[in-house]
Design a protein around this ligand. Sequence first.
Ligand SMILES: [Fe+2]
Length: 417
Amino acid sequence: MATTITDRRAGLAERYLSVRELTERLADPLSAEDQCIQSMPDVSPTKWHRAHVTWFFETFVLSPHVPDYEEFDSAFGFLFNSYYEAVGPRHSRPHRGLLSRPGIGDIAMYRHHVDAAMAAALAAGSLNDEVLALVELGLNHEQQHQELLLMDIKHVFAQNPLGPAYRDGIGRVTRAESPAKESWISHPGGIVEVGHDGRGFSYDNETPRHRSLVEPFELSGSLVTCGEWQEFIDDGGYRRSDLWLSDGWAVVNAEDWTTPSYWRRGEDGFEVFTLGGWRPVTSAEPVCHVSYYEADAFARWSGARLPTEQEWELVVASVPADGGIQLDGLHPRPSNGGDPQFFGQVWQWTSSAYLPYPGFAPAPGAVGEYNGKFMVNQHVLRGSSCVTPVGHSRPTYRNFFPPAARWPFTGLRLARS
Ligand SMILES: [Fe+2]
């Protein structure tokens, strides 16, 4: 039976409450000072995330589509617009950490103001299907920022020599670890179909579904682990130029990379910074916080390669997407034997450049800037991570980051022809 617009409104109203509440719960352990810090240009303060996702609903739903809506503060558009040129000028991204005002109390009031207006608009039944689609986009947008909030605060805390914990007990391995058994999943390839089929929500960049020619291949049944990464380090992986793309080798040298991000050498071996603070590296857990350049060099060292995004999607197409430890463990965990860990541990780099699918058209209006304008100089990642909100993963999801990015929860699995 087709979903009626009334069902859709009721479903969105309920989901609106739970998504907004989760953002607040994620911010809750953080002090006002924690929430203001920006540790590098790519990181945004927690307070800014909370306000920006609110601005999204105000700007794209309430102001244009709810006639009696009163804007909370006319200065906020400039402060909390991220990158929407069509909406207007904005505060410089690298200087978000200088916004000591508005305070977290003001941001809380802003959220309440917008939540009340959204609840009333959804209850009134006046939002048409097109606007409800914007509400749904706003909720998915807020879920993306929930992951960003955790990625960013981890980076902030990692800069502090005290190594503060966001939450105690993160990243403890409770069961005896045994390395995942090597296994490969074969696929015959062919002229195949990939991309979202239009049933349920997707971002515009996952569409249209289209044909693709794929040669026969094998995809690894496990993620690359920290133990395997240590072998790469021990074998001079970060010192051998023959393993690296030219751009990657330049970054390795310029940034003096010798390990994944958030690793350091302790008295008894490598240690890793987690959302629970520093602890020893566990060799069986998936390696995390590696760049595309590192993933590519590791794959070359292994005598394999990274999968294309089409290969990854073909194998994972029918796998339920809410596995893993999304927003539970907050750190990747070892596989329990045969679990291939496609979702809920680490985003997996693919060799695919982030490009439009054949026939891609950005969504109309300012929200068309959501994905399309970033389709250059980035690589696609598939799956989801341990800080991806539940319900925000699917086999066609295309995450993307520049090849040198290491602060997202990024890892890899191998492929071979
Ligand atoms: Fe955003």
